[in-house]
Design a protein around this ligand. Structure first.
Ligand code: ADP
Ligand code: ZN
Length: 820
């Protein structure tokens, strides 16, 4: 008998789980995972049924009021996952559940009330509330619960409504309106007539000189291109606008089409290679790995797989096979990628192999689209879900596979509350649903690789790179590109003050002469230009975040803070000493772009960084532009390190490798090694071969040495020893506690107080192996006007110390990925 239920209520300020009674009329239809409406102090709120219980933990329980959605919104395994995550990350359960539900659900799901007949005689039995409710509904036809709420502030009208429903006066039904589906489209233009006809049309396209000039330029451009082109490029090249193109289309000279975005930009490039039906024969190494993965599908328990394969070794092909196997068994698959906009090639390969069955989850989906994908996933209509970390929460009914591509990537860690590691959550989820789990990377994290070496997961190696399928069939192996390390101190000694070494200049020139492509990589956007006073050395900082402002020529010489967006004009005078020699110093991608333009005037340079991708669809446009060889040099930041496969790229120049190497953070070496190895892996993906030139001021640094030899094992061993000595993960665990406040003194005082409390707790519990580090100001000591202080706990199980502790206002990170 279902008489009571535990419910996680969706009230942000409330962490807990509450017991409610199940009224008889709902008992038949209520189940685990149902979204319900319950009274909560003076409001009515939504909540999710976690489980049924015989005895409530309090004597005085309230009744559940409604079931919102006739189908459960969470599966019982999702509930189990949420409970595991809440415990493992010390987060409130409601915060985790809230993250699992689509944002639109709260607004969409409701109960609708209407009067059954308009000729009701008002019975004397009706109370005041019933009377008002009936009158309202007679006036308005039908209303949803949330609309009625606005008419009855602080009045519990639902009981009255229930009474009227039982008496047959009102009817109610759950409403969950299907959102309007709107796919993302981009507009493309293409020449529609033979060239001679277009030439003949050229002279009279407009009535004024200006329109004639714009339209003929547009038509000329499309005559050169022949293929379809994103209209943004037509606008950029010809100065025309949409009405111009529409006029040309009306006259039949061009066609304007809207292509669904995920089919368009790289398709041309892709088509040359993998036809959607062409399924490659596995290489012997892939086949060995596949044998193990395949076997796991028919075993009831299996270890997680760590697919450790160099860049371009055919990992994606194995994820695809595994997803196919899952679908063949009548189940679904979840594929996590760092970010869809940055990994369009991986996404398209899945789209080609699972036509019509893939649900994409990405940041540009509207709430309605997200909600719609969620509904289709829940109904089992989508076989494969691809997306960033949040895609893990798609409510698929029978999951057969969870794969995490580039499993080392920082984006799998949610760095805002509730903090969590999606790779760890995915691993647990796979175990709970009995799915095969694969995490793949060329540079797995130290902790991930250690897991494989200690038997927590099974390692599958793909040590060799495969030539891009565009050129070879059957497959052929390639070497990883050689990396030359250039000592920039020597360049300075030789009188070269430029940002490029002589070797890099030579290689860039050669690459361009051969008609091939080059990538120039800048470690992070923080390397952009500082602005400082030459007289006193004062560097201009953001007043909110205390980090140096960066300089942007394109934005009319403005200074911008990349943390909070604060911006100001470059000052004429130093705010410190009043000197007038304000100069910018350092290396931003703009500067690199300008330099290449100066040195190689014929080269087409494209910049891919924070500034150039603020526009909608900018990632797709820039990438497709480069992939289809409309540009020769791509200058970019960390976005470049995410698994692009660009066969024409034969040179990667790492302009300055050292950035980030000397930060006071136990994880900085790992991060730099990963990004350098990944970027180096963008070169030489085809039989044309390739090379990497790495510029550094610290050529002897072990991280630089290991990265330049593609030597993961060497790096892993040396880093493992360092961490063993210091008790860092995987040899100890960390919890980071951060406190922020506008007043620095208050932040410090609170941090000291809490540190003292925790210290005595550690001593009282006799945890001699646990150390408390701090309290100290964080390395980035200010953010958006707030001062940051931190404490770190390091030891065998620091989470235990914090269980049950009140830490209001603190940000608590279990297994943080950075201590900055
Ligand atoms: P990774 O995911 O490890 O970076 P990919 O799966 O993208 O590697 O493979 C690299 C390239 O090799 C791709 O162009 C892919 O199409 C091709 N490829 C993968 N497996 C095979 C195979 N068995 N035979 C031929 N080409 C293959
Ligand atoms: Zn700022």
């Amino acid at each position: 008998m279902k008489s009571f239920a535990q419910i996680a209520v969706n009230v942000p300020s409330v962490a807990g789980v509450f017991d409610y009674a199940i009224p008889e009329d709902l008992a038949g239809s209520i189940g685990i995972g149902h979204l319900v409406i319950v009274p909560f102090s003076k409001q009515t709120v939504q909540g999710v049924i976690l489980r049924f219980i015989d005895q409530p933990s309090v004597a005085d329980t309230k009744d559940i009021l409604e079931i919102v959605d006739p189908d459960p919104v969470l599966t019982s395994t999702q509930i189990a996952l949420a409970e595991w995550m809440a415990e493992a990350t010390l987060s409130p359960l409601a915060a985790i559940i809230n993250m699992m539900l689509p944002a639109g659900l709260n607004q969409q799901a409701d109960v609708q009330y209407s009067v059954t007949s308009n000729h009701l005689s008002v019975s004397s039995e009706f109370g005041q509330v019933q009377f008002r409710l009936l009158k309202l509904l007679q006036e308005r036809g039908s209303l949803r619960g949330r609309q009625i709420d606005t008419h009855f502030r602080n009045v519990d009208w639902r009981k009255s409504a229930e009474w009227l429903v039982r008496g047959g006066v009102l009817a109610k039904k759950s409403v969950l309106p299907p959102p309007r589906v709107r796919s993302k489209y981009i507009r493309v233009a293409q020449l529609a007539v033979p060239l001679e006809e277009a030439v003949a049309a050229l002279p009279n396209l407009g009535t004024t000189e200006a329109t004639q000039k714009r339209r003929s330029a547009a038509l000329r451009y499309l005559m050169r291109e022949l293929d379809e082109v994103n209209v943004s490029w037509v606008y950029a090249e010809s100065g025309c606008n949409l009405p111009d193109l529409q006029l040309l289309a009306e006259r039949g000279q061009i066609v304007l089409r809207e292509n669904e975005i995920w089919r368009d930009p790289l398709e041309r490039v892709e088509r040359r290679g993998i036809e959607s039906s062409a399924i490659p024969i596995l290489t012997p190494e892939q086949a060995r790995a596949w044998e193990k993965i395949h076997l796991a599908f028919s075993q009831s328990t299996h270890l997680p797989f760590l697919l450790h394969g160099v860049t371009g070794s055919g990992k994606t092909e194995l994820y695809i096979r595994a997803a196919e196997e899952s679908v063949r068994r009548g189940k679904q698959a979840i594929i996590l990628v760092p970010e869809i906009a940055l990994t369009p090639q991986t996404v398209r390969r899945f789209l080609a192999r699972f036509p019509g069955q893939v649900g994409l989850i990405h940041s540009k989906l509207s709430e309605g689209e997200r909600y719609d994908t969620w509904r289709r996933a829940r109904a089992g209509l989508l076989k494969v879900i691809i997306g960033p970390r949040s895609a893990l929460f798609a409510p698929l009914p029978h999951i057969g596979l969870i794969a995490v591509d580039e499993c080392h990537d920082g984006s799998y860690y949610q760095s805002e509350p509730p903090f969590y590691h999606a790779v760890e959550a995915a691993k647990t989820y796979a175990r709970l649903v009995g799915a095969v789990f694969i995490m793949g990377s060329a540079t797995p994290s130290i902790v991930q690789r250690w897991g494989a070496d200690t038997g927590e997961s099974a390692r599958l190696d793909l040590p060799r790179r495969i030539a891009s399928a565009q050129e070879t069939k059957p497959h052929q192996h390639l070497d990883l590109p050689p990396v030359s390390v250039i000592d920039m101190r020597e360049e300075l000694k030789a009188g070269n003050r430029g940002i490029f070494s002589r070797d890099l200049l030579q290689a860039l020139g050669d690459t361009l002469n051969r008609g091939e492509q080059a990538i120039l990589f800048l470690n992070r956007r923080g390397t952009a230009t500082y602005v400082f006073c030459r007289d006193c050395g004062y560097a201009l900082k953001c007043p909110q975040c205390d980090t140096p402002l960066t300089f942007h020529i394109e934005e009319k010489e403005r200074l911008i803070c990349h943390h909070c967006g604060y911006t100001r004009q470059k000052p004429g005078k130093c705010p410190e000493c009043g000197g007038t020699q304000i100069r910018e110093y350092g290396l931003g991608s703009e500067r690199v772009e300008t330099e290449v333009g100066n040195l190689f005037p014929g080269a087409r340079v494209l910049r891919w960084d924070w500034e150039t991708t603020r526009q909608k669809d900018a990632h797709e446009i820039i990438l497709s532009h480069f992939a289809s060889h409309r540009a020769d040099v791509l200058v970019g930041t960390q976005m470049l390190a995410k698994g692009l496969d660009l066969p024409l790229v034969t040179l990667v120049g790492i302009v300055l490798a050292d950035v980030g190497l000397n930060l006071p953070d136990p994880f900085s070496a790992e991060r730099v090694f990963q990004v350098l190895t990944q970027v180096a892996g963008r070169a030489g993906r085809s039989l044309r071969g390739g090379q990497v030139i790495l510029q550094t001021f610290q050529p002897e640094h072990p991280v630089i040495q290991a990265a330049s030899k593609h030597d993961y094992t060497g790096f892993y061993q040396q880093e493992l020893e360092r961490r063993r000595a210091l008790g860092y993960p995987p040899f100890g665990r960390l919890v980071r506690l951060e406190y922020r406040h506008r007043e620095n003194e208050l932040a410090e005082a609170e941090t000291r107080k809490t540190a003292g409390r925790l210290k005595s707790r550690i001593e009282a519990q006799g945890r001699t192996q646990t150390t408390l580090v701090g309290p100290v100001p964080c390395f980035f000591s200010k953010l958006r006007g707030e001062n940051r202080w931190q404490i770190a706990l390091r030891g065998p199980n620091p989470v235990e110390i914090l269980q049950g502790q009140r830490l209001d206002g603190w940000r608590v990170e279990v297994d943080p990925t950075s201590l900055l």
